[in-house]
Write a protein that binds this ligand. Sequence first.
Ligand SMILES: Cc1cc2nc3c(=O)[nH]c(=O)nc-3n(C[C@H](O)[C@H](O)[C@H](O)COP(=O)(O)OP(=O)(O)OC[C@H]3O[C@@H](n4cnc5c(N)ncnc54)[C@H](O)[C@@H]3O)c2cc1C
Length: 597
Amino acid sequence: MLRVLVSIKQVPDADDLRVDPVTNTLVREGVPAVINPPDLHAIEEAVRIKERYGGRVTVITMGPPQGEQALKDALALGADDAFLITDRAMAGADTWATSYTLFKAIQKLGGADLYLFGRRAVDGETEQVGPQTAKWLGIPILGYVKEIKEINERSLVAVRATETEEEIVEVPTPVVMTVLESANKPREPDIGSLIRAKTSKVIKLSKDDIQAEQNKIGLAGSPTKVIKVHPPPKTRNPEIRNWKDPGSLDWLVEKIRDSLRSEEALSGGYVKPSPKVKVRGEVWVYLDHVGGKANPASWEIMAEGRRLADLMGTNLSGVVIGEHVDSVKEEAFKHGADKVYHGLTKGFNHYDNDVFTQALSRLIKKYQPEAVLFPGTRNSRELASTTAISVNTGLIADCTSFEVDEKGVLNSTRPDFGGKEMSTIICPTSRPVMVTVRPGVFRPLLIEGKGETIREEVEDLFTRFKVLERKSLERRNVLAEAEVVVGVGRGIRDKSNIRMAEELATKLGGVVGVTKPLADAGWYPKDRQVGQTGTTIRPRLYIALGVSGAVQHLVGISGAKRVISINLDPDAQIFNNSDYGLIGDIFEVVPELIRRL
Ligand SMILES: Cc1cc2nc3c(=O)[nH]c(=O)nc-3n(C[C@H](O)[C@H](O)[C@H](O)COP(=O)(O)OP(=O)(O)OC[C@H]3O[C@@H](n4cnc5c(N)ncnc54)[C@H](O)[C@@H]3O)c2cc1C
């Protein structure tokens, strides 16, 4: 009988989270808790597997006693039994301690053939717990699965999708998979299931029941620690005028022209900061590549890595795994590297979690860097997760800013709940500190450089993955690359009116992006959605037309050099997050702007 285990998380309902205007912190009291929405796709996939092949679906969660409700909801969706891993000592766990706890619980339950996780949790967006649990279990991780094609007695075939490629992979079972939201549409429970679930029993397991070691669970067992929770920083100093004020159009035209002119001054050259300390190890940046072609996200992280290495008084090194990666190494020196480590994996040029984890772990153990930064691409996040368990250290996810304190400790800051709140996290004792960095936040540096390459051939490699087919998605993200973006929100009223925004964008040599409601309504392609669940953009100029400025939209535009907004409502949130704003009707202002520019 096929045993499928789904691991879920209970999270506060993001729609109900509000920021207290006085304290500027998130109000969590009274906010209903729900199953983390991406986990619904993992439950759905498990139930479909049961319907197709027979078997039993078990659902587990680690969390406080209230987690019982999430498990009952999962039972109503078709799971057969449910276990709540709960103990006061487990509170405050990071992903290392959480995945260890899940591993111990799974051992206690006797294991399964398939383990399914949602791709991400909407509160922390780490994408780490699935791969890390796989590493503890010693079984393969197949992340980002969009389709399970067939399940055989000792293996399965599934389609895995990254930002740039799709692979059909055969892997032996047991295996952990993280399920993409595009894999299926979760069902609604029927009345009968809801009633049955209400009366079914959720079994509770404590730390002693699962024989978890006290020093590996909860806050005490977590290698990373949150040292500060704070509101998002105010990065703009808005100047707002009214369309009715004389001269306001001239002012706006001048501000738009000025935003496009001031590029040189804004990007500037790199000014090396004075070192605060001198740390022993180096700062490493993992160089993500697709078959030898560098992923540009690595160069963004190199720029920030350069600053951090200089603050720590140490070298900045790139680290690349694979074969035929000469162009990646050369480019690394042009983007600020002092050194490049090359883990040569003969016969493996493409990312393979088994091979790349072995190679990177060996390099880290041998050269003992202080910090390893990874671009937040799917492959890199998965690799960072399994490597952190392999080298036994903390991994901080999805960071958007960094500082180095007087003792040389890296302070990494990341948005929670899509940017409603920021957390600053450190890894006090384990080394290296490992961090994944959100793409689109930092600007690459161009420094003409040359340096030493250290090549290590990694031997005795093994893999459990067999790639049956690989195809490139050739997906170019025009939004992420655009220098000017005209953002359109619900103020546009009708699909046909978007033409006006396109005309403005064309005048400025830019492209149109939209808010989520417009993409959801099919008024514009989904890949043009700006924001938390769309694209993070970093243009020279972002012009928001009839956009209210919801936090999920704002996190996508925080990297824009200039934000100019036009909105009827003087209290619209977008104005607080703009450099310049005009209170007015877009249907009056934009045609005039197009005429004048
Ligand atoms: C989990 C989650 C993820 C999300 N991800 C994203 C995301 O990635 N991206 C995103 O954008 N949203 C996202 N959202 C949705 C987000 O919360 C907001 O609902 C959305 O951004 C609002 O879009 P809007 O500004 O177009 O519409 P509205 O909030 O309705 O604002 C319309 C604005 O237009 C103005 N207006 C109306 N008429 C005119 C006029 N004639 N002239 C000038 N101004 C006018 C109004 O004053 C108003 O400010 C997400 C939500 C959730 C829960």
